[in-house]
Write a protein that binds this ligand. Structure first.
Ligand SMILES: *Cc1c(COP(=O)(O)O)cnc(C)c1O
Length: 340
């Protein structure tokens, strides 16, 4: 039994999810004729109190389409220095949309409305790139699954309104954040012009993301998705997994968070661990003690069939998910105890 804690993307569909996929009614979605895709899109839009949604093969593509939607070439978006859209989307903002990223030196991937204000360019100065978009990430990936304060997001929304900036949420793990903070999808729906969510992370789907927004934005997003090569055909088989996940895999996320917290609290007790970052959701970031070699630590666990990520400079990451059971947790804690 391999315990794979590399990411929450490593999960396999449950039996119930596979059944839903097997029984899906499908059609050619490029013709807008896949009833299951339409149902998923309507469900997601409704959940967030928005008008429309669009199904995507990946979260990266959903974010990239959102950036294209809200910007013109030569303009600038504002994001945190740790943002996925800047660090992990292959330079897509510049490649796909011709925009630069103005990076905020935030805390755990999050920043303040004041910092946004300080980073908006002067429209009257012809030397400066025009700021047109602010993107935030909730929960933050590189920030160890940290979650935003709704009031700070509301203040940023006000800044965006005043300065006529679009506001996009990269919500790859938004449901983890919502469960951890007892916030609602509609509260986020009210704040953002567009929201991307991943079905393929904590929600346990094999594939799939959604972009959620106004009817007008989603209509334009459909054209851009086609341009980016993201139109798919009988993809209702995959959308069915998404509907199933929204119905069955959201409320259970607190179990992943509970297991993550338990791992963190045990790690903290070992002398071979230097520091464990606070755990809010399903991501645990920790550092091995100076005398411990990071890759040796990863390899020792791998030899015991436990896979975790070494992030360099003694930093390591564990991500809990739907396929990580209490039995696996027990084994992990036992192996950690005997590791050094
Ligand atoms: C995973 C992730 C994405 C999108 O990833 P895909 O692998 O393209 O689906 C976007 N933003 C964040 C913060 C992520 O963690």
């Amino acid at each position: 039994m391999t315990i794979n804690l590399l990411s929450d993307t490593v999960t396999k569909p449950t039996k119930g999810m596979l059944e839903a996929m097997f029984n899906a009614e499908v059609g050619d979605d490029v013709f807008g004729a896949d009833p299951t895709v339409i149902a998923l899109q309507e469900k997601a839009a409704q959940l967030f109190g928005k008008e429309a949604a669009l199904f995507f093969p990946s979260g990266t593509q959903a974010n990239q389409v959102a950036i294209k939607l809200h910007t013109q070439p030569g303009e600038q978006l504002i994001c945190d220095k740790w943002a996925h859209v800047y660090n992990y989307e292959g330079g897509g903002a510049s490649f796909n949309s011709g925009v630069s990223c103005r990076l905020i030196d935030g805390d755990k991937g999050m920043f303040t409305a004041q910092q946004v204000l300080e980073n908006i360019s002067n429209k009257e100065d012809i030397h400066q790139a025009i700021t047109s978009l602010v993107t935030v990430e909730n929960s933050t990936n590189k920030g160890g699954g940290a979650c935003w304060d709704l009031q700070e997001l509301t203040r940023i929304k006000e800044v965006c309104k005043t300065h006529e900036l679009a506001f996009h949420l990269d919500g790859a793990r938004l449901f983890n954040a919502l469960i951890a903070t007892s916030q609602t999808p509609k509260e986020h729906g009210e704040l953002f012009d567009t929201i991307s969510i991943c079905l393929s992370k904590g929600l346990g789907c094999p594939i799939g993301s959604l972009l959620i927004g106004s009817t007008a934005d989603i209509k334009r997003a459909l054209r851009i998705r086609k341009l980016f090569g993201g139109g798919m055909r009988q993809v209702g088989y995959v959308a069915a997994a998404g509907i199933y996940a929204l119905d069955h895999h959201v409320k259970r996320l607190h179990e992943d968070h509970k297991r993550a917290k338990e791992i963190a609290s045990v790690l903290e007790t070992y002398s071979f661990i230097k520091k464990v970052e606070p755990v809010t959701t399903n991501i645990i970031i920790f550092y091995v003690a100076d005398h411990i070699d990071e890759s040796e630590f990863v390899n020792k666990l791998a030899k015991r069939d436990i896979l975790i990520v070494g992030m360099g400079q003694g930093k390591l990451r564990i991500v809990t998910h739907i396929d990580f059971t209490d039995q696996m947790l027990e084994k992990l804690l036992k192996e950690l105890k005997e590791l050094y």
